[in-house]
Design a protein around this ligand. Structure first.
Ligand code: PEP
Ligand code: MG
Length: 546
């Protein structure tokens, strides 16, 4: 089976399925003996309280306090009385538990503060009691004494965030895509994960042996002993690579690929440097002024830009001038109502319409540059053609800015790559918007999310055209969209001619490790295979050689 791998880990072990959420009990009238039903409910409450207590003792620490508090809820005499009274009034135990806990929850919410925060814990306890009454497994991450690979339809963010990483070797879900919350959390916690595996729940049963290889997105059921040994060897090898000392980004054959960080404020610099960022590939300056009603002054801006440049002394820092509009409106740049703001006066178009704002920003960048020792590059968002490139380069040079480039986010620019590169010093591809505009699919809209995938061969083709144009002009072509953070895709991008990759700093380690495992020739082969695919899923598979 195949899905979308997150990161590049590999997990092998027994599968454990996360039970689906319970269907809510209905208020079917009680048919049997009320006292027998009260006893059944009392037993279930005791059983759940006991389970929670003993689980708490096993895990210890802070989790023990949480589990003990939950056990106390299940033992609460007022709740037990309420459940009994409801049963005696003629409903079944499951429904009585749901109603009694529900009412208690409302009371806690009304009290506010700390008590209100505990209210959702009651839901969890109620679900456990109802599961006990039905004789089915309790919902939530299953408990196990031995490590396991967790199988789920999808995980709630709270489940993903609190996974016991000593027990959960990896995570495989049927739902979810590369930008789902499960994938994002798994990436940030470095959990080996594969999401979006069709028919997963029909095919995997509890305790079945499974190998999940996030790098290829491949899920193997009932592996042979040899496959298991190979997976274990691979796991050790990858762990070694992941823990390897931080070195400059390079392929296995030594071809350098600069690995840079995407940042929004100077405070993020330290963490990015610690993770080995060789500089900044995208400083989203608009993030500094999202709440400003009036344009920031030259001095205010100089201070922020100088702080960033100082943090990256001696390194490259690519600053993007304000990208206002669509999902990131700035009050002082976007004051018109537009029916389709993503297609309107955004990015360089908004700046050109308010040239004073652009000039102030360029002045602030020049001042910050003069006061610091980083290698400042500036670029403009949403450049659509050679004329806009020329406009931005000319005006930037007026302020003495030396390295000036264009972001490639609108497909038209890829179709005229050589004319654009003739007029500027570099191109940086924003794959998030490039994908949105190539597919005419709003990047914020869940209903068209299937298009918002940079593995789409049409997007890869545009990247390849820009890569070729960059090589012909002997000028750098980077990628600074989310695509650069996907290790397998990063290698394909390099194969398409991309010379630097900029990403959220958390992704640097995985991308660095993946690049180290491929030569330029292999990266080109992967890219060539991906380009022949009909869709994103096939491109992923073809690139992996499957
Ligand atoms: C992009 O569009 O890929 C990009 C890097 O810019 P942003 O995500 O800020 O629009
Ligand atoms: Mg963009």
């Amino acid at each position: 089976m195949h899905g979308v791998g997150v990161g590049r880990g590999i997990a092998a072990g027994k599968a454990l399925r996360m039970p689906d959420r319970l269907t809510p009990p209905t208020d079917a009238p009680l048919e049997g003996d009320a006292e027998g039903e009260v006893q059944r409910a009392t037993d279930a409450l005791h059983q759940v309280a006991g389970d929670l207590m003993s689980r708490g003792e096993t895990v210890g620490g802070e989790a023990q306090d949480v589990l003990q508090a939950a056990a106390l809820m299940a033992q609460d005499p007022a709740l037990a009385d309420d459940v009994a009274a409801r049963i005696r009034a003629g409903v079944n135990a499951e429904f009585a538990v749901q109603e009694a806990f529900g009412q208690f929850k409302q009371m806690l919410v009304a009290l506010g503060g700390y008590m209100a925060e505990r209210a959702t814990d009651l839901d969890d306890v109620a679900q456990r009691v109802i599961a006990q009454l039905r004789g089915v497994p309790a919902p939530g991450v299953p408990m196990s004494d031995e490590p396991f690979v967790l199988i789920a339809r999808d995980l709630a963010p709270a489940d993903t965030a609190t996974l016991d990483l000593d027990k959960v070797l990896g995570l495989v879900t049927q739902d979810g895509g590369p930008t789902s919350h499960t994938a994002i959390l798994a990436r940030s916690k470095s959990i080996t994960a594969i999401v979006g595996v069709p028919e997963l729940l029909d095919k995997v049963s509890d305790r079945q042996l499974i190998i999940a290889d996030a790098r290829s997105g491949e899920v193997t059921l009932d592996p042979t002993a040899e496959q298991q040994e190979a997976a274990e060897a691979e796991r050790i090898k990858r762990a070694e690579v992941a823990n390897a000392p931080i070195t400059p980004g390079a392929l296995a054959d030594g071809t350098p690929v600069q690995l840079l960080a995407n940042v929004g404020r100077p405070e993020e610099a330290a963490a990015a440097l610690e993770l080995g960022a060789e500089g900044v590939g995208l400083f989203r300056t608009e993030f500094l002024f999202l709440d400003s009603k009036t344009p920031p002054t030259v001095e205010q801006q100089t201070e922020q830009y100088a702080a960033m440049l100082r943090a990256f002394e001696g390194k490259k820092v690519v600053v993007r001038v304000l990208d206002a509009g669509a999902d990131k409106p700035l009050a002082f740049l976007n004051d018109d109502d537009e029916e389709n703001p993503a297609l309107g006066l955004r990015g360089i178009r908004a700046l050109r319409a308010n040239e004073k704002v652009l000039r102030d920003q360029l002045q602030a960048l020049a001042d910050a540059d003069a006061a610091t020792d980083a290698d400042l590059w500036v670029m403009a968002p949403m450049i659509a053609n050679a004329e806009e490139t020329e406009y931005f380069v000319t005006i930037s040079r007026e302020y003495g800015l030396k390295t000036v480039g264009a972001m490639a986010e609108v497909p038209s620019i890829a179709l005229q790559g050589s004319q654009v590169l003739e007029r500027c010093d570099f191109v940086s591809i924003g794959t998030n918007d490039l994908t949105q505009y190539t597919f005419a699919a709003d990047r914020l809209l869940g209903t068209v999310a299937q298009f918002q995938d940079p593995w789409q061969p049409a997007v890869l083709r545009l990247v390849g055209m820009l890569g070729d144009a960059g090589a012909a002009a002997d000028k750098p072509v980077g990628v600074c969209g989310e695509a650069a953070a996907d290790p397998a895709l990063a290698a394909v991008l390099v194969g398409l001619g991309v010379t630097s990759l900029s990403m959220s700093a958390a992704a640097l380690g995985d991308v660095r490790a993946e690049l180290k495992s491929v030569t330029l020739e292999e990266a080109r082969e992967r890219a060539a295979r991906a380009l022949t695919a009909v869709d994103a899923a096939e491109a992923r598979r073809f690139a992996a050689g499957a």
